[in-house]
Design a protein around this ligand. Structure first.
Ligand SMILES: NC(=O)c1ccc[n+]([C@@H]2O[C@H](COP(=O)([O-])OP(=O)(O)OC[C@H]3O[C@@H](n4cnc5c(N)ncnc54)[C@H](OP(=O)(O)O)[C@@H]3O)[C@@H](O)[C@H]2O)c1
Ligand SMILES: C[C@@H]1O[C@H](OP(=O)(O)OP(=O)(O)OC[C@H]2O[C@@H](n3cnc4c(=O)[nH]c(N)nc43)[C@H](O)[C@@H]2O)[C@@H](O)[C@H](O)[C@@H]1O
Length: 321
């Protein structure tokens, strides 16, 4: 099949204010397309009537579905109803509305938590639905699996060119640094930074520090999604990762090195570890001609700079800047 060109197209980035959505907007500046965005005031994407009215009015040619209810292990475990309901509604509304107006191509973003908790590593795409999920995020995972199945069903029944990408744990500019709801990377950057400023003796990390996680800079993720939009047109979802993982303790050590904090790292084992390991196979995406370009330490350096700039903007310009 011929590659899909975004040039001259009307491209909707759903969730454009988020970490992934804003990286997609930055990346799409190089594609010669018109980027469409909907603010929350334009459409609450959980609301079917508002979503379909906005899509009818704006008629995108292509859609990146990066709007979602997103959070780290604790947020997922604490708000299962929100993570299941919001994500089911958002993805169903956008996929149905996109089909109705004849969107040429849609990319749905899922997550590596769709795979069974004890899937053989590295996890290949075919491992989907072969075993029980990790309990801390099964609600979110079920919603994301439903999103993959929606894209597949619209392709099977209607011939819609809807594809799915499953990114690993992402980090970078635009991340959520709230310690209760964030993922591990922004939490560690903030903890190490604040401990450095306070002259603290240690930082505390959640769990045992032994789980392994794979990390990808969000600009690499956006680049991979644009690549897939252009070259991929098939039923099976595609893993988007770096192909390498580290333990949480190793990650904490690396973050402390980048931030310049030299105290101890203490484990709070009353907090959950989550899945022991979720390294995804990168073979399919490599076979499609894409590989990451931002190494972990350089990526953390970039994320720390973005954190410092965001903090500065917040302090100087106020929260509404
Ligand atoms: N972050 C990760 O580590 C990671 C890893 C793997 C996959 N992903 C996937 O990447 C996608 C984007 O994640 P992210 O990290 O960029 O999340 P994020 O920063 O929280 O961004 C989510 C975006 O969705 C929008 N949104 C949520 N509910 C909405 C609603 N009801 N109506 C309108 N907009 C709504 C948010 O709008 P507001 O800005 O107005 O709140 C925000 O712009 C998700 O599908 C996620 O599963 C993320
Ligand atoms: C990509 C996302 O991954 C999420 O799983 P998951 O990697 O465990 O989510 P994270 O919240 O990034 O946590 C990863 C690991 O880091 C540990 N960790 C250590 N210190 C901290 C901390 O201060 N904050 C946080 N948040 N974690 C910390 C945490 O216990 C877990 O073992 C899923 O819940 C989502 O559904 C999604 O799939």
């Amino acid at each position: 099949m011929a590659a899909y060109s975004l040039a001259g197209k009307r491209v909707w980035v759903a969730g454009h204010r988020g970490m992934v959505g804003s990286a997609l907007v930055r990346r799409l500046a190089r594609e010669g397309c018109e980027v469409l965005t909907a603010s929350r005031a334009d459409a609450d994407l959980k609301n079917q009537a508002q979503t379909s009215a906005w899509v009818e009015r704006n008629r995108p040619d292509a859609v990146f579905l990066a709007a979602a209810k997103v959070g780290g292990i604790m947020a997922n475990d604490t708000y299962p109803a929100d993570f299941l309901y919001d994500n089911l509604m958002i993805e169903a509304n956008i996929i149905e509305a996109s089909f109705r107006v004849g969107v040429e191509k849609l990319l749905f973003l899922g997550s590596s938590c769709i795979y069974p908790k004890f899937a053989p590593q590295p996890i290949v795409e075919d491992a989907l639905l072969t075993g029980p999920l990790e309990p801390t995020n099964e609600w979110y995972a079920i919603a994301k699996i439903a999103g993959i199945k929606l894209a597949q069903a619209y392709r099977k029944q209607h011939g819609a060119d809807f594809i799915s990408a499953m990114p690993t744990n992402l980090y970078g500019p635009g991340d959520n640094f709230d310690l209760n709801s964030s993922h591990v990377m922004p939490a560690l950057i903030r903890k190490a930074h604040e401990a450095k400023l306070a002259g603290a003796a240690s930082i505390t990390i959640w769990g045992t520090g032994t789980p392994r996680r794979e990390f990808l800079h969000v600009d690499d993720c956006a680049d991979a999604c644009v690549h897939l939009m252009k070259v991929y047109s098939d039923t099976v979802h595609v893993n988007v990762g770096s192909g390498e993982d580290v333990t949480i303790r190793e990650l904490a050590e690396l973050v402390c090195k980048v931030v310049g904090f030299s105290g101890d790292i203490v484990c709070d084992t009353s907090k959950p570890d989550g899945t022991p390991r979720k390294l995804m196979s990168a073979d399919k995406l490599r076979g499609l001609g894409w590989k990451p370009s931002i190494a972990l330490e350089a990526g953390i350096r970039d994320a720390y700079t973005a954190f410092l700039n965001a903090n500065y903007a917040e302090r100087v310009l106020g929260p509404a800047h």
